[in-house]
Write a protein that binds this ligand. Structure first.
Ligand code: NAG
Length: 113
């Protein structure tokens, strides 16, 4: 199993929408996660997908959509705040074990003025 986050860095203006791409390679239906790591903190769980509705709501207005046919689990937010500047990690797990992380996407939110 592997996780690909094609963008190492994304710059976005405050108030704009954000999409962070994640593709996974895993044969069975995976468990999928997005974590956020704010500066000088450990990673925190944003949201997870196990089964059911492919659109998963997370904290702080984030949501992600599971697509089995695309092998993707992209994260999005309609309107970003400056406090969303952080590193975002997509992860896949085999039945809740062996969590494999992507390389992370650093999001930089530029002030709107
Ligand atoms: C899957 O890929 C197709 C073709 O690129 C795209 O139109 C569609 O929005 C994708 N679906 C999801 C849920 O990402």
């Amino acid at each position: 199993q592997s996780v690909t986050q094609p963008d190492a860095r994304v710059t976005v203006s405050e108030g704009a929408s954000l999409q962070l791409r994640c593709k996974y390679s895993y044969s069975a239906t995976p468990y999928l996660f997005w974590y956020v790591q704010y500066p000088r903190q450990g990673p925190q769980l944003l949201l997870k997908y196990y089964s059911g509705d492919p659109v998963v709501q997370g904290v702080n207005g984030f949501e992600a959509e599971f697509s089995k046919s695309n092998s993707s689990f992209h994260l999005r937010k309609a309107s970003v705040h400056r406090s969303d500047s952080a590193v975002y990690f997509c992860a896949v797990s085999h039945q809740g074990r062996y969590l494999t992380f992507g390389s992370g996407t650093k999001v930089i939110v530029l002030p709107y003025n």
